[in-house]
Design a protein around this ligand. Structure first.
Ligand code: CO
Length: 145
């Protein structure tokens, strides 16, 4: 496994609209992207940028709200009604190599690579094999975000 940049931290929320107000007014976020539906995964997503001073892309917060019929985020919210930290997402240069490497190490990759919120291939690794952290692996976008 070739560890890349921490791309984003996934935060589940019962209301992206309320979370936007929080990140803007309490945290001082100035770059909050337009929310959009990721229908394949049954979620609404909103990215909040964290600034950097280097000109490089900063890590983002990925706000995740379940769409009707979604099971996994809805059950997370049933246990955590306010929402909360859901997953960490690291970039890798090649998604298929990364998947094979996790599998060789006996880690449970959850499903086949699929298009994620940044339009590049992603997969998740079971938190039970990752020190309790649900881990998303994404191929580094070729042209930034
Ligand atoms: Co994510």
């Amino acid at each position: 496994m070739k560890l890349g940049r921490l791309n984003h931290i996934g935060v589940a929320t019962p209301s992206i609209a309320d979370s936007i107000v929080f990140y803007r007014d309490v945290m001082g976020a100035t770059k909050i992207h337009e929310p959009f539906d990721l229908r394949d995964q049954g979620v609404k997503i909103c990215f909040v940028d964290t600034p950097t001073h280097s000109g490089m892309d900063g890590t983002q917060i990925e706000l995740i709200e379940p769409l009707p019929g979604n099971a996994s985020i809805a059950s997370f919210l049933a246990k955590n009604p306010q929402g909360g930290q859901h997953h960490l997402c690291y970039e890798v240069p090649d998604i298929h190599i990364a998947k094979a490497e996790f599998e060789v190490m006996g880690k449970r990759v959850l499903g086949e690579p699929r298009i994620g919120a940044h339009g590049t291939l992603i997969f998740f690794v079971h938190p039970g094999d990752m020190g309790g952290v649900l881990t998303e692996i994404m191929e580094t976008p070729k042209n930034g975000h």
